[in-house]
Write a protein that binds this ligand. Structure first.
Ligand code: SF4
Length: 233
């Protein structure tokens, strides 16, 4: 390797490692906008209610699997009343292949019963109200608010967002709530929704949990974890 090229590489490496997380966040916004201009929620839904149900089903399950299950479910249950009145047994059969079907069926029935009881059958549009529904955590509430209502009170932190935020040197924490708070400080609020899609898309297409594709990664020049495939979060 000639000396000039070597110096350029060392300088690039030093720059990458000395960059603050804020600087890296700004560069990532540019990079991701170009890379994943079409990024969006990969769950299929036609209403806030359908998104709420699909997101509850997506816990510990792939979006692809959820999308295979929801057409029949959405055909059977069209309203909040339908979900609140369907029997536990029938709902379990409909959602069986998404895993944890007993808990998910219970969560969907309890949540929709609470919607009828306390919210006139409507999906509330605040993080506090949504996340207080039975079976609806902060992550699900953020997904619904952001994608169904374009309201960004927080950042969706799933396994991909958590892993990539750490690998990309954006956060120092492992707990989802702390990761979310750090991301909210680093990125402007209007980017909170699309940010989680960008990270999820990159996690699914390049930065896998095991053996990330660092060689082909478009973020090599920005990533402090590049070529360290042993790191598994
Ligand atoms: S360089 Fe490797 S670790 Fe960094 S974002 Fe890309 S795939 Fe992930």
């Amino acid at each position: 390797m000639n000396m000039r090229l070597y110096e350029q590489m060392v300088n690039a490496e030093c720059y990458k490692l000395s960059m603050t997380s804020k600087q890296r966040a700004q560069l990532l916004v540019q990079k991701f906008s170009e890379l994943y201009s079409e990024a969006h929620c990969e769950l299929h839904y036609n209403s806030p209610l359908e998104l709420l149900v699909a997101t509850i089903l997506s816990a510990q399950c792939t979006d692809v699997r959820v999308n295979q299950v929801t057409p029949k479910l959405f055909q059977r249950c069209k309203t909040v009343e339908d979900y609140a009145s369907i029997s536990q047994e029938e709902l379990e059969v409909l959602i069986h292949s998404t895993g944890f079907f007993r808990n998910k069926a219970k969560a969907i029935r309890n949540t929709t019963a609470t919607l009828l009881e306390k919210h006139a059958g409507k999906i509330p549009q605040s993080l506090a109200e949504l996340s207080s529904l039975p079976g609806v955590g902060r992550k699900t509430a953020n997904v619904v608010l952001s994608n169904a209502f374009n309201i960004h009170e927080g950042v969706v932190v799933d396994t991909h967002v958590g892993r990539l935020s750490q690998r990309l040197g954006l956060v120092q924490h492992h707990q989802p709530i702390k990761i979310e708070q750090d991301l909210m400080k680093l990125f402007p609020q209007e980017k909170w929704g699309i940010l989680s899609h960008w990270l999820i898309w990159h996690g699914r297409r390049r930065c896998y949990a095991r053996r990330p594709d660092c060689k082909g990664c478009e973020l090599r020049d920005l990533c402090p974890s590049v070529d360290q495939p042993d790191i598994v979060y």
